[in-house]
Write a protein that binds this ligand. Structure first.
Ligand code: SIN
Ligand code: FE
Length: 313
C-alpha cells in the first residue's frame, strides 16, 4: 500500500505509459495524491461552502449531488434558504464538471468505460461524529453502495480538502485482495451458510438468480461487497489489529482511490468535496487485482451476469 505523490510538474510532464502505470497502481489499492489540487475551484465558491454552517444550519449536513439528474439530495428544502440551495447546486454542478474534465483527460484508459456517479459536499467535522455503526466512517471499511449495485464496476473517488487550514486525516490498510484472504468464507458470508458459493454457482450455470439473491438487481458480487463492508466495520479484531497507514491530506490538496479496494477511514477533518465514478471491469488495466476477479477466483465461478451488462444508474 502506497501513496503516490503527483506534483504539478509530474502531472504536466506525464507520458501515456506513466498514466497506465498510475491506473494499475490505483487498481491495486494505492492512493494518488496531488499536493496541489489539479482542479480549479473558484475562491468565492469555497468561501460560500465554508460559510454555510453559520448562515444556514440545514445546509451543513453531507449533501449529495446527482450530476446526471442535476439534483441535490440531503437538503431540507422546507427550512433551507432557496437562494443558498440554488447557489450550492450551481457550485456542485461546476465541481462535478471540473473533476470530470480533469479525469477524462488524466485517466484516458478509462474514459469510454466509466459512469459518472454522485458528488458530495462533506461539511461536518469527522472527529467524534455520532453515527450508527454501519454508517461510521471512522472505522476501516471498503465501500459498497446499499442502493446502487455496481455489478462488478469499481468505485473510484476523487477528493478535495477545501478546509482553509486543517488536514483531512485518513487511515488506510492493505488492499482488498490481501484482507479478504485473511478470513474464511464462512466468516465473511455469515448470514446463510454457503450462500456466497451457492449464489456464485447459480450465476455460473446461468440460472436461479432470484433464489439465491434477495433482489434480482443485485449480483452475488454486490451482496458480498455490502456484507464485507459491514463485516469489517463490525469486526473489532480487524479494526484493532490490521496494519494501519496514516495520511493527513493538507488543505488545498486532492487525492483519489478505489475505495472498494483500499480499506479506509476518516478520523478527523472538515469540509471536503468528492466525486465518484464507476469504472466498468472491461476498462481496467490490471483486472487481476479487482475485487471481482479476486472473489471469482475464491468462488470458482462468475459473480456477475456478464460484466457491465446490468450496469444501472
Ligand atoms: C469514506 O468514504 O469513508 C469517507 C471518506 C471521507 O469523507 O474523507
Ligand atoms: Fe468509505
Amino acid at each position: 500500500m502506497a501513496v503516490i505523490t503527483i506534483s504539478a510538474e509530474a502531472l504536466a510532464g506525464r507520458s501515456s505509459e506513466e498514466t497506465r502505470q498510475w491506473c494499475a497502481q490505483l487498481e491495486a489499492g494505492d492512493i494518488l495524491y496531488f499536493p496541489q489540487t489539479p482542479v480549479q475551484i473558484p475562491q468565492d465558491d469555497i468561501t460560500f461552502l465554508l460559510g454555510q454552517q453559520q448562515t444556514d444550519s440545514s445546509l451543513h449536513k453531507n449533501i449529495a449531488y446527482k450530476p446526471n439528474l442535476d439534483k441535490l439530495s440531503g437538503v431540507d428544502t422546507k427550512t433551507a434558504n432557496a437562494q443558498a440551495v440554488a447557489r450550492l447546486q450551481t457550485i456542485m454542478r461546476q465541481y462535478s464538471r471540473t473533476v470530470t474534465e480533469f479525469l477524462t483527460e488524466f485517466l484516458a484508459p478509462y474514459k469510454a468505460n466509466w459512469q459518472l456517479d454522485y458528488a458530495s459536499f462533506r461539511p461536518q467535522e469527522e472527529e467524534g461524529r455520532d453515527l450508527p455503526l454501519r454508517r461510521r466512517n471512522d472505522l476501516l471499511h471498503t465501500d459498497a453502495f446499499p442502493t446502487r449495485p455496481t455489478h462488478g464496476a469499481r468505485i473510484l473517488r476523487f477528493f478535495n480538502n477545501i478546509h482553509p487550514s486543517r488536514t483531512r486525516d485518513w487511515v488506510v490498510s492493505d488492499p482488498f485482495a490481501k484482507v479478504v484472504k485473511q478470513f474464511a468464507p464462512q466468516q465473511i458470508a455469515p448470514r446463510v451458510d454457503g450462500a456466497f458459493v451457492r449464489a456464485a454457482k447459480a450465476v455460473g450455470r446461468g440460472i436461479g438468480l432470484g433464489a439465491a439473491i434477495p433482489s434480482i438487481k443485485r449480483s452475488p458480487y454486490d451482496d458480498f461487497m455490502m456484507r464485507f463492508h459491514n463485516f469489517l466495520k463490525e469486526n473489532p479484531g480487524f479494526q484493532a489489529e490490521c496494519p494501519k497507514y496514516n495520511f493527513n491530506f493538507p488543505p488545498g490538496s486532492s487525492w483519489m482511490a478505489y475505495t472498494d479496494t483500499v480499506p479506509h477511514a476518516v478520523l478527523a477533518g472538515q469540509y471536503a468535496l468528492e466525486q465518484t465514478f464507476l469504472v466498468r471491469p472491461q476498462a481496467l488495466v490490471a483486472p487481476a487485482s479487482s475485487p471481482l476477479k479476486v472473489l471469482e477466483e475464491i468462488a470458482g465461478a462468475p459473480l456477475v451476469g456478464r460484466p457491465g451488462t446490468f450496469f444501472s444508474a
